[in-house]
Design a protein around this ligand. Structure first.
Ligand code: PHE
Length: 339
């Protein structure tokens, strides 16, 4: 009798099936109510006592072998089926992968970072929600300066001390507070001003501001740096600095690039003058250095700020600044860049 069971075990082990039906038939044959296993169990009472132990063990072996066989066969079958469902016909041509593209603001920002990193500037970042000290007071903006007017600044709820930064000069204050000269850093980021939204201006836009502080930094260094920048970014090396006023720089200037008057677009962009304003700059006011813990008798420095959106519009012939924040894929997918 035990030999019979052993025969069944080898039969079970040799069994294969390629359909769920075949596996089910197999299961009923061995493990079903009227199956082989139960037949053997029924014989148990007829087995002489001294053989009962071996007999029992062998039946259990058969039971385990049959159960395992059913499970593994089912698993194999299910796996092969699900693979087919997931991959389908593997000889079919693949679906084209749609490549994303960078936002024009990111492209121009990365270009500017790249240009300044080549002359030793690092990148610094700070919070968009700022306090009064970093956005205004440390930057030598007297309490009643018009730039603090509710018209220009978004305050957070009713707390006049917390606001959305109006420029990334706030990042430079933080950088000066936490680092010792020599400092060479640029601060790219989003800024907010309470302005009417139109094709030319938005209530949020992007800036890159630069800061250089060391011993004996002069206005000539500032001009040279800006000239390097415009040559690298626009391919235009002729610039002019027009006297201006910023509370945090003294002297201060507006930076114009000579764009030229060759095409009709040049006339439109420069309003017929050939000159294009790209930002502000100046020598850091000694008060600002003192406010940030830097000795103005030992160190001097320059700062500048340019608007990324305007530059991106110029370089990519974008006529409406609102396109920058509408997330229209038809607009966004036109820009491709390695940077
Ligand atoms: N912070 C100025 C602005 O946002 C730009 C600027 C930066 C001017 C540094 C001078 C020096 O308009």
């Amino acid at each position: 009798m035990i030999d019979k069971i052993k025969e069944q075990i080898s039969e079970v082990n040799a069994f294969t099936a390629d359909s769920l039906d075949a596996i089910e038939t197999f299961r009923i044959k061995y493990l079903g109510k009227k199956g082989i296993l139960n037949d053997f169990f029924a014989e148990f009472k007829n087995v002489p006592n001294e053989q009962k132990k071996e007999f029992g063990q062998t039946i259990n072996e058969l039971k385990q072998a049959a159960t395992l066989k059913v499970e593994t066969l089912k698993e194999v079958l299910e796996n092969s089926q699900s693979t087919e469902q997931v991959y389908g016909d593997l000889t079919r041509p693949g679906n084209p992968i749609v490549l994303g593209s960078r936002h024009p603001i990111s492209i121009v920002k990365n270009q500017i970072i790249d240009i300044f990193s080549r002359i030793g500037f690092n990148v610094s970042e700070g919070p968009e929600i700022e306090d009064d000290w970093h956005n205004f007071t440390a930057l030598n903006l007297p309490e009643y300066h018009p730039a603090r007017d509710m018209q220009d600044t978004f305050f957070v709820q009713t707390n006049p001390d917390i606001l959305l930064r109006t420029h990334t000069s706030s990042v430079q204050v933080r950088y000066m507070e936490n680092n010792k000269p020599p400092i060479r850093t640029i601060s790219p980021g989003r800024v907010y001003r309470n302005e009417a939204i139109s094709a030319r201006s938005h209530c949020f836009f992007h800036q890159v501001e630069g800061l250089y502080i060391d011993k004996d930094v002069s206005f000539a260094d500032l001009k040279q740096t800006l000239q390097y920048f415009t040559t690298e970014l626009f391919g235009k090396s002729k610039i002019r600095l027009r006297p201006s006023y910023f509370p945090f720089t003294e002297p201060s200037a507006e930076v114009d690039v000579y764009w030229g008057l060759e095409t009709e677009a040049d006339y439109r962009i420069t309003k017929g003058t050939g000159w294009l304003e790209i930002g502000g700059c100046g020598m850091v006011d000694p008060n600002v250095l003192t406010n940030c813990g830097i000795d103005p008798n030992k160190y001097s420095g320059f700062a500048f700020g340019v608007g990324i959106d305007r530059i991106a519009m110029l370089l990519h012939q974008i006529t409406d600044i609102r396109l920058m924040s509408e997330n229209d894929v038809r607009f966004l997918e036109q820009f491709k860049s390695a940077l």
